[in-house]
Write a protein that binds this ligand. Structure first.
Ligand SMILES: [Zn+2]
Length: 350
């Protein structure tokens, strides 16, 4: 072969070799960077965001009717109040800000989550049991909600042998909600995105009482959760743990959110019992409770979780005097609209 041609081929061969080496080194550096990134919080946030986008893209727009269990051994009655109230009750003062907190706050496209109860948030990773997974190690939930979720997942796992439920979204800050909405706008366009994601401030996820669920199989695959097959156990039993499926298809005209099979909300016991029994969404339930004004009539509920009395006290503005029982345990929640709901425990679980 001619020397000139040989030199030309040698040069070309060497440059191909050089390029191969460069690619190899770049690849190795890339792999090392990915490895380092996986171990940093930023990387885990990026990765969980990517997973989130994947889940959103795969969520179907197909709607499902909610599966409502028949609640046994429950008795709802109305107690007229005309007895000597002064002896049984004392008054405590609630500030306006208290209206915006508690397990019964109504957050929707009309009523923003005005007060994020950050002091009641807990890191899920720190308190979770092994019956379920979480998508992001930084995820937070309202502490009471988290404890109730641990209980329901433990029971679900015992009943079905499954430990593959995963929380894909829990508490969200305003910025996180803005990002979540933007992701959906990018994927589906503004009109469809707004059917699913609330504008920042109006998402239940700000409250810490709401969560989105998915299934993460042992093979490492995400499967859309819609209460299918053995997972129907969750829809049939969640009321016992204080949870409701928040956005049923049949209630979309009231909630203004299309069917979201994966979104659960903690309202506590006995409220989840009553809502499930009456098939009320939260908007309807909050309206219903206004019928039980303190000095008129109280709602009495007897269920497997205990015996309770519930009444409503309208907010008086800056400060409200709320009557509470002298001799019973009780909880007070604002409704985030116009008043306080007092839940009195008359008897613990039967
Ligand atoms: Zn959600």
């Amino acid at each position: 072969m001619d020397e000139g041609v040989r030199a030309k081929y040698n040069n070309r061969y060497q440059s191909i070799q050089k390029r191969r080496v460069i690619w190899l080194v770049t690849g190795c550096v890339g792999l090392i960077l990915i490895f380092i990134m996986f171990r940093t919080p930023i990387a885990s946030t990026i990765i969980s965001r990517m997973r989130g986008i994947w889940i959103e893209m795969n969520r179907s727009m197909v709607t499902y009717d909610s599966q409502l269990p028949e609640i046994k051994n429950m008795d709802l009655s109305i107690k007229n109040v005309n007895t000597d109230l002064e002896n049984q009750y004392e008054y405590i003062t609630k500030a306006r800000k208290d209206l915006y907190q508690g397990n019964l706050i109504l957050v929707n496209s009309k009523y923003a989550c005005l007060l994020m109860e950050k002091n009641k948030l807990s890191k899920v990773e720190k308190y979770k049991n092994k019956a379920y997974k979480i998508m992001d190690s930084n995820m937070q939930l309202n502490h009471e909600t988290l404890m109730a979720y641990n209980d329901i997942m433990e029971s679900f796992s015992k009943a079905t042998g499954k430990k593959d439920m995963i929380i894909t979204s829990a508490y969200r800050s305003l910025k996180e909600q803005a990002d979540a909405l933007q992701e959906k706008v990018d994927l589906f366009g503004e009109e469809d995105a707004l059917k699913w994601a609330m504008v920042p401030g109006y998402s239940e996820h700000h409250s810490g009482y709401a969560m989105d669920l998915s299934i993460y199989t042992d093979e490492g695959e995400y499967v859309n959760y819609r209460g299918q097959d053995e997972y129907s156990w969750i829809d049939l039993n969640c009321y016992q743990y204080g949870f409701i499926r928040r956005y049923a298809n049949e209630k979309k005209d009231i909630t203004k959110v299309v069917d979201e099979q994966w979104h659960y909300r903690y309202v506590g016991v006995p409220h989840a019992y009553i809502m499930t029994d009456k098939n009320y969404c939260l908007e309807e339930y909050i309206d219903y409770l206004r019928n039980f004004a303190f000095n008129k009539q109280h709602l009495k509920v007897k269920c497997e979780a205990g015996v309770y009395e519930i009444y409503f006290v309208p907010s008086e503005g800056k400060e409200t005097n709320v009557p509470v029982p002298r001799n019973h345990k009780y909880t007070i929640s604002g409704n985030n609209v116009d008043g306080f709901i007092i839940t009195v425990t008359l008897e613990d679980a039967l």
